[in-house]
Write a protein that binds this ligand. Structure first.
Ligand code: ADP
Ligand code: ZN
Length: 628
């Protein structure tokens, strides 16, 4: 574990202090070597005889005796120009000098004649001017650097002179114009979680009184365009607090230490404006796992991440600074970021299902003039897998088309056309699932759910969806155990393996063995792991009894297991694993065959709705049973 937290010696200050010291040294050097000659008015040293001669020839105007130096300083005119002279005196010659001076009553005697420029002048010359000079040079240099950096990092630094400033755009939420939760369609689960944050920002005392600490950081996880930024803005809008937004990539600067300085500055600003929301988009740009190997690490990024961690630990959660961050690659984040007290809450923001898409289309259709008889259902159906941003784009494209056609409002045809343009673009990115794939995924997921429901010892199904997940899965059947459940019985493990094979079983049954898909790869992996663990770790087979056949290396870091048995035993274990999975697969197939009509009915229903809840599922299942 290496978690370097550098709070005190701020790297960004280094350049400034460094430059200041260098400038000071240069000024002192100049003062010592160059300026003295400038400062001293040039004094011409002459011999004593010449001095007397000059008095005789009426050149001398003013004389002063410098006791300290034991010499005379005098102003004399040579060729009509007054100059400053000095001369030593022979002590025994005072008489002669006095006589000469008396002969020339027009010569003035002064207490002293300054041989140096005035103190004020010298101060200005030696200190003010050089400092001004360096200041101007520095200013020009900063401007030049900023220009250079703006070219390298587009939109990098905001527009004020903010060298080392975070450039976080400050949106001060206005109660009227701020984004509200109503602007975010669908995403009910995310909204529910974030509601708590809003409540906290409204009444921090309520939480402080009890001593409750709200999570400092909430991580919004989901594919691009699903409304993560929108949700963050809505939290700020609902709470009526300022909204700071910055993208993770903006932190990664070309100079080491700049990113960390930006983080520090961002938090400083946020602390001043608390309560407020700080939103960091694309946090994976700085939050990636740090290099433990040492070679090829990105110093700058690690420093920035360390600073972020330090700031998160440093700020007082009760003050009301809430950090929201967005990513679509949560698995790439450094574990230190996800620890308690940091981004310890995760809110999934998935692609919208049919209802969600309809709602999003409606929200955005309010922004354009649109005909009353639009078949939203049809548009929503045609856009399975599209993100909120793509749906917003569809509505906008439709409006553009209406303008091109010279109409004052959008009609159905515009929408249908723009679905094709936008979706065609999206299909290249593999974002949208074809109807055929949707059908396969529906049967697959209902296969899991049915097998689970028809076995007495398996966790109830809580949600089935055929909306692609962030994880890459095309569909998803969620089972949640009722209550705490730490121990698993042998029966439960076997049932779970059967449930895992249920997806593929359904595919085989409905589409034929030749048309089975790769969609079951994760199921296969899990089923195999479970079957193997049942033999080697849980000692649940007669053949091997309670013998530990493998050891778990590190329970907390992924739990890699390695076999600890003879090669012969290993191959027997493999054979037994295959047996267990085959049995489970057979069982799943049988269950589905016995319930084929339910499989069809439920899969059709899922295909239509895209997401169904556990209750809906059970209701359909039971209703059907009663009719039979
Ligand atoms: P993300 O931050 O997840 O990449 P954004 O929040 O930037 O996505 O979404 C981009 C745009 O897409 C939003 O400004 C909004 O117009 C539209 N949008 C996305 N999701 C939704 C939604 N759930 N409801 C309404 N509009 C949405
Ligand atoms: Zn599956």
């Amino acid at each position: 574990m290496h978690e370097v937290v550098n709070n005190g010696n701020s790297p960004s200050k280094r350049p400034f202090v460094f430059y200041a010291i260098v400038a000071l040294l240069i000024i002192m050097l100049l003062n010592a070597l160059v300026f003295p000659s400038l400062m001293e008015r040039s004094v011409i040293e002459v011999g004593y005889d010449q001095f007397l001669e000059m008095i005789d020839s009426d050149q001398v105007k003013e004389v002063a005796y410098d006791e300290y130096g034991g010499e005379f300083v005098f102003i004399a005119e040579d060729d009509g120009r007054p100059g400053l002279y000095k001369t030593g005196i022979w002590p025994d010659d005072g008489q002669r000098l006095l006589q000469q001076l008396m002969e020339h009553p027009d010569i003035q005697f002064s207490a002293s004649i300054p041989t140096q420029a005035s103190p004020l002048m010298s101060f200005i010359l030696t200190w003010v001017l050089p400092i001004l000079f360096f200041f101007i040079i520095g200013e020009i240099f900063y401007r030049w650097m900023r220009k250079k950096m703006n070219n390298q990092v587009p939109g990098g630094m905001g527009n004020a002179i903010s060298f080392g400033k975070s450039g976080a755009k400050v949106y001060v939420a206005d109660a009227k114009t701020g984004v509200k939760f109503d602007n975010v369609a669908g995403q009910d689960e995310a909204k529910e979680t974030l509601m708590e944050v809003v409540d906290f920002l409204h009444e921090p005392e309520k939480y402080a009184d009890i001593g409750a600490k709200l999570p400092k950081g909430v991580l919004l996880v989901g594919p691009p365009g699903t409304g993560k930024t929108l949700l963050a803005k809505a939290v700020a809008g609902e709470a009526g607090v300022p909204f700071f937004s910055i993208s993770g990539s903006e932190f990664v600067e070309m100079f080491v230490g700049m990113g960390a300085a930006k983080v520090r500055d961002l938090f400083k600003q946020a602390n001043e404006k608390a309560p407020c929301i700080v939103f960091i988009d694309e946090i994976d740009a700085i939050g990636q796992k740090r290099n433990t190997g040492g070679v090829g690490g990105n110093d700058e990024r690690e420093q920035t991440l360390n600073q972020l961690l330090a700031e998160m630990d440093g700020f007082d959660g009760r003050k009301g600074v809430v950090l929201l961050a967005a990513t679509n690659r949560p698995e790439s984040l450094d574990p230190a970021l996800l620890r308690p007290g940091r981004f310890d809450r995760r809110v999934p923001v998935e692609l919208p299902d049919l209802q969600g898409r309809k709602a999003i289309l409606r929200v955005h259709s309010k922004e354009v003039h649109i005909s009353d008889n639009i078949d939203w259902d049809m548009i929503a159906r045609a856009t399975a897998g599209a993100s909120g941003a793509e749906l917003a784009n569809i509505v906008n494209e439709a409006a553009l088309r209406a303008v091109r056609e010279g109409r004052k409002f959008v009609i159905q045809e515009d929408l249908e056309e723009s679905v094709e343009t936008v979706i065609a673009g999206a299909q290249r990115k593999n974002a949208v699932i074809s109807d055929n794939e949707k059908k396969i995924v529906s049967y697959h997921e209902i296969g899991h759910a049915l097998v689970a429901a028809m076995q007495s010892h398996s966790a109830p199904v809580t949600k089935i969806t055929i909306i692609p997940r962030t994880s890459g899965a095309l569909g998803y059947t969620m089972q949640v155990d009722e209550g705490e459940h730490m121990l698993m019985t042998r029966k439960e493990i076997l049932n779970k393996i059967a449930t895992l094979t249920g997806g593929r079983s359904a595919e085989e049954m409905i589409f034929g063995k030749d048309n089975m898909t790769t969609g079951a790869s994760n199921d296969i992996e899990q089923a195999t792991k479970l079957a193997r663990a049942l033999i080697t770790r849980y000692g649940m087979t007669d053949e091997f009894d309670m013998v530990a056949l493998e050891t778990v290396q590190n329970q907390y870091l992924g739990g890699d297991a390695s076999l600890a048995c003879a090669a012969d035993t290993a191959s027997r274990i493999d054979a037994r694993v295959v047996e267990i999975v085959k049995e489970a697969h057979e069982k799943a197939r049988k269950i589905l065959e016995e319930n084929e009509d339910k499989l069809h009915e439920l899969a059709q229903y899922l295909l239509e709705k895209e997401t169904i809840t556990g209750e809906e599922f059970m209701e359909m299942l039971n209703r059907k049973e009663k009719i039979q």
